[in-house]
Every structure is written in C-alpha cells, then in structure tokens.
Design a protein around this ligand. Structure first.
Ligand SMILES: [Zn+2]
Length: 121
C-alpha cells in the first residue's frame, strides 16, 4: 500500500510533530537531510513489481534490472523482472521519442511543435 505524507502524519507522536515544525521554521535542514538519505536508499533498491508485466520481483534475483533516468531533481526509476521487459520498455520509449521528434519536424510552427513534444515527456 502506498503511503502519502498525510498518512505518515497520523503515525507521528505529538512531540515529533513539534520537532518537525521547529526544524521547518529554522529552514528544515534536518528534514531535508532525512529526505535526501531516504531518496538515496530508494534509488539503489529495485521496485517491488516489474513496470511492464507487473510480476513481483525477487529482490535477490540476478534477472532484475532497474533504470534510473531524468534530470537530478526529477529522477525517475523503472524496475524490470527480465531483459525482455526492459527491452520492451526501451523500445516503447524510443518509439515515443521518435514520434514526438517527427511531430516537431512536421509542424510548420516550431513553437507549437516544441510544446507538443514536451507534454509527452
Ligand atoms: Zn516483467
């Protein structure tokens, strides 16, 4: 089950909430450090399910693959149960990029083409 920040708030003790509030009023450096550490942990871990066939990943299987892509502040992660699934994903991504580039070239108004291309990212 996915947990949102709002759900996590329900689990925190009153004293912990006060500490977080104090930290936030002082720039939130402690919270930022906690979130950074957690993001680094999550980045190195495979997802629970394959993003193509949705089968459960055996965490210690040698067939697992995880791709990390995108800019530093907007990192995306995709895990796969086998090379076939990763290939399927990459092919779809390539086709998507290609068709968005074709649209950009076909368009007579370059600003409209660029905008259409960006919405697909
Ligand atoms: Zn799969």
């Amino acid at each position: 089950m996915k947990k949102k920040l709002r759900d996590v708030m329900d689990y925190l003790e009153y004293e912990e909430l006060l500490k977080i509030k104090k930290d936030l009023t002082m720039g939130g450096l402690h919270l930022l450090q906690l979130v950074d550490t957690k993001i680094k942990e999550e980045t190195t871990r495979h997802d629970v399910f394959c993003c193509i066939c949705n089968s459960r990943l055996e965490q210690y299987s040698v067939n697992n693959y995880t791709l990390i892509f995108g800019p530093e502040d907007l990192r995306k992660k995709a895990s796969f149960c086998a090379i076939d699934c990763m290939e399927y994903f990459l092919k779809n991504l390539k086709d998507l990029r290609q068709s968005s580039m074709d649209k950009r070239m076909d368009s007579t108004d370059s600003t409209v083409g660029a905008r259409a291309g960006r919405t697909q990212d």
